[in-house]
Design a protein around this ligand. Structure first.
Ligand code: CA
Length: 727
């Protein structure tokens, strides 16, 4: 534990503390008691007991989900249904990035710890936004190509005077909470493979829990526990077998031998790719049962026909898994999508709560999840027993759940080479955006969406590592020249909503329809409020019981992260990070007919009566003119369509329409001639920006075909714009 003593420069405690370079104390003593003394202030003096008691200290935000049950429900109520109309900006802080920001800030002892793109940590005075220190983990930007969904980070953990950070390149780091200096750094993955870390670590009883991502590109998933003091591995639980189905000398060995190995065949792409199943977001400590419950991601490749032709359930893909907190030993699992075929991760928020589900309304401790597949699940926290599940959005892949909670699939859902349009798509009915739960109203608040996807088997599937490797055809449904009205029809099919879900009745209590998909995470408060940001830049508060909108503020950037709240010196603050980035930003420039809202990395913090101004985004203007001639035969442009969809679209936008987070290639100078294009695409001239060479994945002819396709899209857009159609 680190204890430091801050000399008080003056009795004007709050104002001057900031000037001394120290954070404003949460409980500032009265002026006469500090005049001639020192205030003892600890930086992140957090223990398991302190997090367990988080409900009694709602003025802080001690862990990613607000408390160990990850309810994101705060007991603070000075900002409430009566006062929220007076909420205004207290301060803003520039995170100095236009890439995706998904961080929920931790606030402890007057200090805010918040992460930005590329795993950079910023420590701020939580009352003023004044910068205390910045930790830059010096990531080689070339690893950006391994990040399926932008170089985001969802936050840190705090414990025993240290800050714990998962770095995008697979390192886990411990920092001194006071200075930001590195205490230890451990590599948690095989860095020769396309692993990434975007999720927030959690700390329980001296162990730091961290998973990883990378299933789209081909890795084997696991959750690890490291000693919080030393960075030494304590236990690891794999979510898929190793290729020989042999022991790993890991906590998962016994359950694989007992029941999981037999759910995998002996052949298929999983043997090379690792099978996927990455643990990239939800990790929850269930203190009642002294266990860790974590969510497991999709299969690698997505398409089971290629991954494992034997057709098994492939445990523990798309599952909630519970393990002993001390040893990592298996306790139970619940698989939401057996034999995943669609990128239906079950990594989404897991919330623990007591619900009146027993006889005569007796309380039962449950785990709740609304994963990508569109069902809201309630399972017994002690045993994993299925209690109930219903779709929270329209779905087409299954007709319901059987008595064990197993989905009743429609046969066509296991797609062949003919594209099928399906709900949900790979972006899910709910993605990483945190869900919240109000225990007074027994309502879960889901940031839900409808984003249909055309799935088709990729007949060209080769298992090419270090590029997207799903076995599903990303070119399905695209063509070099789309019929008029196609974009409008796609836009009309994209829906987003905030759903207040009653997990006992398994039905929506109220719903707010949004104007687009991919809206932000949720904060619930005892002030009777639900907060949510939107990609259009609106940050709003709703009545928790009715869904009536009570307040909103334009934060001048897309806002997708989970908001938080805290209190300092009797003043309640509400905070959100902006800068939307992430998977949807990279593909969905086409979702916004009038141009995509800017992605501006900021922390925006509100208080009652706040009157600070959020500066307008200073964005470079892009000249929307093609930089080269429309060229290439129909065959060439068609080939370019396929290669673009497979190699380029996940970063530069479906249909070559960028969201602006990464360059819109249609207007890029490098399309002007073969030489410029080649120098970047195969020559790696922009590798230091994250655009690595594709020389191992594209021939010169394929690269040139992509240039022809991109220029065709540029000329098509200009032609459509004349008729008012396309951005
Ligand atoms: Ca995935």
């Amino acid at each position: 534990m680190i204890q430091i003593r801050i000399p008080i420069c003056s009795s004007l405690a709050v104002l001057v503390l900031a000037a001394c370079g120290a954070p404003a104390e949460r409980t500032t003593p009265a002026a006469d008691t500090v005049a001639a003394s020192e205030v003892e202030a600890a930086f992140a003096n957090v223990s398991t007991a302190r997090i367990l008691a988080a409900a009694e200290t709602p003025e802080e935000w001690l862990t990613y989900g607000g408390n160990y049950d990850e309810t994101r429900h705060s007991l603070l109520q000075k900002v409430n249904t009566e006062t929220v109309s007076r909420l205004g900006v207290a301060w803003t802080y520039d995170l100095r990035t236009s890439r995706g920001v998904e961080s929920t800030p931790i606030v402890v002892d007057g200090v805010m710890y918040v992460t930005s793109a590329w795993s950079v940590v910023h420590a701020l005075d939580a009352a003023t936004g004044e910068e205390l220190w910045v930790h830059e983990p010096d990531v080689d930007r070339a690893v950006g190509v391994n990040a399926c969904c932008d170089v985001v980070n969802r936050g840190v953990a705090v414990y025993d005077g240290k800050i714990y950070l998962g770095v995008i390149d697979g390192r886990l780091q411990a920092l001194d909470a006071e200075t930001g200096e590195l205490v230890w750094s451990t590599v948690t993955v095989d860095q020769s493979k396309p692993y990434t870390i975007t999720g927030a670590p959690r700390v329980v009883d001296g162990k730091v829990l961290i998973g990883n991502g990378g299933a789209e590109l081909g890795v084997r998933g696991y959750l690890s526990a490291y000693d919080a003091s030393t960075g030494k591995l304590v236990w690891r639980f794999y979510t898929t077998p190793n290729p020989e189905k042999e022991e790993d000398n890991a906590a998962s060995d016994a359950v694989f031998a007992e029941l999981a190995n037999e759910t995998w065949g002996d052949e298929g792409a999983w043997v090379e790719d690792g099978g996927g199943g990455t643990v990239w977001d939800s990790i929850v400590y269930d203190h009642v049962n002294d266990q860790i419950i974590f969510g497991v991601g999709n299969g690698s490749p997505w398409n089971r026909t290629f991954r494992d032709p034997s057709g098994g359930d492939n445990l523990f893909l798309s599952s909630m898994v519970a393990v002993d907190a001390d040893t990592g030993a298996y306790k139970w699992h619940f698989q939401t999508t057996p034999g995943d075929n669609w990128d239906y991760t079950a990594t989404q928020t897991i919330i623990l709560a007591d619900l009146p589900l027993g006889e005569d309304g007796a309380m039962r401790r449950v785990a709740m999840q609304a994963p990508k597949n569109g069902f809201f699940y309630v399972v017994d926290a002690a045993t994993g027993e299925f209690i109930s599940g219903e779709p929270f959005v329209p779905i087409t892949w299954a007709t319901g759940l059987d008595e064990n909670g197993r989905p009743i699939e429609v046969p066509e859902a296991r797609y062949g080479t003919t594209p099928i349009l399906q709900l949900p798509g790979a972006l899910g009915a709910h993605n990483w955006h945190p869900m919240a739960f109000n225990p007074d109203l027994n309502l879960a608040y889901i940031p839900a969406q409808e984003i249909p996807q055309a799935y088709a088997e990729d007949s060209r599937f080769t298992g090419d590592p270090a590029t997207w490797n799903t076995g599903a055809d990303f070119a399905a449904g695209t063509a070099p020249d789309l019929p008029p009205g196609t974009l409008e029809a796609i836009r009309a099919s994209l829906k987003g909503r905030l759903i207040a879900w009653d997990p006992v009745a398994q039905e929506a209590r109220w719903t707010v329809e949004h104007d687009n998909a991919w809206n932000g995470g949720i904060l619930s408060t005892a002030g009777g409020l639900v907060f949510q940001g939107k990609l259009g830049g609106e940050f709003a508060a709703y009545n928790a019981a009715t869904g009536d909108k009570l307040w909103s503020h334009d934060v001048k950037s897309g806002a997708a992260s989970g908001p938080g709240t805290f209190e300092i010196d009797g003043e309640q603050y509400v905070t959100i990070t902006t800068g939307w980035g992430s998977a949807y930003a990279l593909v969905a420039g086409m979702a916004y007919p009038d141009g995509v809202p800017p992605s501006v990395g900021k922390v925006v913090t509100f208080k009652l009566g706040g009157n600070a101004i959020i500066a307008d985004a200073d964005l470079p203007m892009v000249e929307r003119t093609p930089k080269g001639e429309d060229f290439g035969s129909a065959e060439m442009v068609a080939a370019g369509t396929v290669h673009f969809a497979r190699h380029c679209a996940v970063c530069h936008g479906q249909l070559a329409i960028s969201s602006g987070v990464l360059p819109d290639l249609r207007w890029s100078q490098i399309t002007a001639d073969t030489g410029s294009w080649e120098s970047v695409v195969r020559g790696g001239a922009l590798a230091s920006n994250g655009m690595v060479s594709f020389v191992d994945h594209l021939t010169p002819e394929e690269s040139e075909a992509i240039r022809a396709y991109v220029l065709r899209q540029a000329h098509n857009a200009v032609a459509d714009e004349a008729t008012g159609g396309t951005p």
